[in-house]
Design a protein around this ligand. Structure first.
Ligand code: FAD
Length: 538
């Protein structure tokens, strides 16, 4: 099933022609000198992802032994007249084939593991950081850093995602309003470019590559290591959910809560105090005014019997909203001072007074909360179903219109998955990174996370709903997060002229043959004599 490439060095000549239709592809691969191995059979998992919408089988899967195997593969492909493309694949939690390579080579990043915690930094950086290999899962990064009482400060809701995979997008969650997305919290990267070069880059070393790769949709290099900033981790969190029936009240509370974190300059004592009184995590959700356990208000309390229909205000409409917020604390903080602090933090909020639910859990359990849901869905065979997910960034100035056009009108009662809506501060995003966000100081992450269950409306109809919602978002000057487009014109519109020109320029510089991440559907594969390469050299 696989060929140990060290055997090639002993002049073993495998029948590569069985797997590649083009002679140049076989010739290229026969030159490889690796310590890892290529698999040709049993590789159907490389054509599957979370979406279960696209299936593009590769010709082979590389299981690299080290960064040198990745560099060797790309260098050999880049210097040949082969047509092969190469996609790094983490756990494949993409929705639309972004980590697939049609008849190309998928690099299985799960073999690229390794985590080193530096609680006191090093000679280059006095701040605590963790150096994690690109194939590491965030859950393992968390477990290792917690052993030293530290943790990264910016997360995704689900932790079984790879470091390289989320950093190629942004990595957004309830901490983003305060710390920025994960890509704003990276000190240094090790990257293999589309020319097969291994480069260490940071905001001061090779900054153009560093910023291009962060949020760069895998187009400019494969992230093999990342240095991630750490902060002291609380032992526990007070986790609160508070319900609203009026969108304007809900939205004003959310924006008020994130406003104290908008400052980026050095902080005065009273600003520090303000931050101490800011929640660590702020997200929001839309639920239906029904008893449905997935999309209705029954999904809000931590224990379903904490709420009955009679607790809802009589004028509540078809859609309800809830805020999810946390305060971190250590066991030594437990006592009246903590209670008073939390009470003070909740006091300005205008949620429905009887509909506030609270629980206390460990920091690890809170960050890993989606895993509990995963275990439950797996037990009911509801995890491996198609996921036509849609993630958007909607400007704050348009979110009320979005609520009335989409949440109140387009979302069917039995939606079949969570709907997230929460604001973030744009000044926590580094504008040099490649992720595209709306041109407004506050914008909302809006996520439609539907599961296409056999009993539901069907995948095609869900994809049609998504197309309608995306159109409204674009008309309201929003942007797609984890974007997927098929036409160059659509990508240009997504990026806007200046950012698109910079994106193309970076492609010329770092992956001139357009070998990397073909599943993103942005650049067609180029041959050595192509116009792109002529442009690059001119
Ligand atoms: P893959 O799907 O394997 O890869 C994604 C892209 O990155 C592909 O183009 C791939 O080629 C490229 N890539 C992979 N590894 C590397 C690497 N080392 N170097 C360069 N490119 C690479 N996102 C959020 O921001 N916030 C959330 O809260 C959040 N929650 C999620 C919850 C669930 C249950 C799921 C399934 C996804 C969630 N996501 C969230 C989306 C997630 O960030 C993306 O799916 C992302 O692609 C990471 O998934 P992955 O590690 O499986 O990457």
């Amino acid at each position: 099933d696989h060929i140990c490439l060290s055997s090639l060095q002993l002049n073993y000549s495998p029948p590569f022609s069985c797997f590649f239709t083009k002679q140049a592809d076989c010739t290229a691969l026969e030159l490889l000198k690796l310590n890892g191995y290529l698999s040709f059979h049993g590789i159907s998992a490389a054509a599957r992802d979370w979406g279960l919408i696209k299936h593009m089988p590769p010709a082979a899967v590389l299981h690299p032994d080290s960064v040198h195997d990745i560099a060797e593969l790309i260098r050999v492909v880049a210097s040949s007249s082969s047509n092969l493309t190469v996609a790094a694949k983490g756990p494949g939690h993409s929705v639309n084939g972004q980590a697939q390579a049609d008849k190309g080579i998928v690099i299985e990043m799960s073999t690229m593991r390794g985590i080193q915690v530096m609680p006191h930094g090093d000679e280059d950086c006095a701040l605590p950081f963790v150096e994690a290999n690109g194939g590491e899962l965030w859950v393992d990064v968390l477990e290792e850093t917690l052993k030293k009482g530290l943790a990264p400060n910016s997360w995704t809701d689900y932790l079984y995602l790879s470091v390289g995979g989320t950093l190629s997008n942004a990595g957004v969650s309830g901490q983003t309003f305060r710390h920025g997305p994960q890509i704003s919290n990276i000190l240094q990267l090790e990257v293999v470019t589309g020319k097969g070069e291994i480069v260490i880059c940071s905001a001061s070393k090779q900054p153009e590559l560093f910023h291009a790769v962060l949020g760069g949709l895998g187009q400019f290099g494969i992230i093999t290591k990342a240095r991630i900033l750490l902060e002291p981790a609380p032992q526990n969190v007070r986790w609160t959910r508070a319900m609203y029936s009026d969108f304007e009240v809900f939205r004003k509370d959310q924006e008020m809560l994130i406003s104290s974190s908008a400052t980026t300059t050095s902080m005065l004592a009273d600003q520090q105090e303000q931050l101490h009184m800011t929640f660590d995590f702020i997200e929001g959700f839309v639920v239906m005014n029904t008893e449905d356990p997935i999309n209705g208000w029954k999904s809000v309390p931590f224990s379903p019997d904490q709420m009955t229909a009679s607790m809802l205000p009589p004028d509540a409409g078809s859609v309800l909203y809830y805020l999810e917020i946390t305060v971190g604390y250590n066991l030594e903080d437990v006592g009246p001072a903590l209670e008073e602090r939390v009470e003070k933090m909740l006091a300005p909020l205008n949620y429905i007074p009887s509909l506030m639910f609270t629980t206390d859990v460990s920091y690890f359990k809170f960050l890993n909360r989606v895993h509990d849901l995963e275990l439950n869905l797996r037990a009911h065979e509801l995890w491996d179903v198609p996921h036509p997910w849609l993630n958007l960034f909607v400007p704050a100035s348009s979110i009320t219109t979005f609520d009335s056009l989409v949440f109140k009108q387009l979302v069917p009662v039995e939606f079949g998955g969570p709907i997230l809506v929460y604001p973030v501060n744009r000044n926590k995003w580094d504008s040099r990174a490649a992720t595209v966000v709306p041109d407004e100081e506050v914008f909302y992450l809006v996520a439609f996370l539907r599961n296409a269950l056999p009993s539901g409306p069907g995948l095609e109809s869900m994809l049609d709903d998504n197309a309608r919602i995306l159109k409204i978002c674009e008309e309201l000057r929003g942007k797609q997060y984890l974007p997927r487009y098929t036409e160059e014109e659509q990508w240009k519109l997504h990026f806007g002229t200046d950012r698109w020109n910079a994106f193309v320029q970076h492609k010329h510089m770092f992956d001139p043959h357009a070998i990397l991440a073909p599943g993103q559907n942005i650049f067609p594969r180029r041959q050595a004599d192509d116009r792109l390469l002529q442009l690059a050299s001119s």
